[in-house]
Every structure is written in C-alpha cells, then in structure tokens.
Design a protein around this ligand. Structure first.
Ligand code: FEO
Length: 140
C-alpha cells in the first residue's frame, strides 16, 4: 500500500507523462507541416513512448492500492520554427522529467517504499537514454 503522499506524487507524474506525450504529438504535427516527415515520425514515436510511460504509472498505482487520478493539463505549444528548436525544447523537457523522477525516487527512499524505488529505477535509466538521444540529434 502506498502512502497518500506517494499516491499524489505518482499521480502527478502519470499526468505529466501524458502532458509530455501531448508536447511530442504537437511537435510531430509542427514538423509534418514543415515537410519533415522523418523528424515528425520520430516525435510520434516519442508520443507513443510517453503514453507507455504513463501506463506504467497507472499500473503501479493500482497494484499498490492507490487511486488513479487524471487531471487537466496545460495546452502544449503549437509551432516550432525549426527542427533544432523542437529538439532543444525536447531536451529541456526531458531534463525536467529527469528532475521529477529524481525527486520521486528521493521520496520513495525517504518513505522506505522500496517497491516504488524499484519501479522508479527503470525511469532513472530511461531518462539517461532520453536525454542522450535528444542531445545527440541536436549535436548533429
Ligand atoms: Fe517519460 Fe520522455 O520521459
């Protein structure tokens, strides 16, 4: 059973993963409009990955006796003037996600919630890859 504090923190991240998905879908649409289907497809794959991340939180919350609580989210940006600006924003966003995952991990350890810490370990590793991939494309 997760604590009410952990329940809220996990739900906040579940919702943030869906917000991340919307940002990537909006980036995909912007790049498609600019005649860049390959970059657009890359963003659409991220859109799907973020939904899969949200789904992991969904199942973890329910498995631990918590309550899935979906919330309204901010509208994503609509236009990006260039591929570079989209990828720079993607990297910036992933850095925010990494910080949030680290805070969640700290909370899990403070609460001696080892099951949540084990669950979050996957995201710690995933964020290393997410940041590295976006940065590699920016460098290119
Ligand atoms: Fe779910 Fe791209 O972090």
């Amino acid at each position: 059973m997760i604590s009410p504090k952990m329940d809220k923190a996990l739900n906040d991240q579940l919702n943030f993963e869906y917000y991340s998905a919307f940002i990537y879908l909006s980036m995909a649409a912007s790049l498609e409009r600019q005649g860049l289907p390959g970059f657009s497809n890359w963003m659409r794959i991220q859109f799907q990955e973020e939904q899969a991340h949200a789904d992991k939180f969904y199942h973890h919350i329910l498995e631990r006796g918590g309550k899935v609580t979906l919330d309204k989210m901010a509208a994503p940006q609509v236009d990006w003037p260039s591929v570079l600006s989209a990828f720079e924003d993607a990297l910036g966003h992933e850095q925010i996600v990494t910080s949030r995952i680290n805070d969640l991990m700290s909370l899990a350890l403070d609460e001696k919630d080892h099951a949540s810490a084990m669950f979050l370990q996957w995201f710690v590793t995933e964020q290393v890859e997410e940041e590295a991939t976006a940065d590699e494309i920016i460098q290119k």
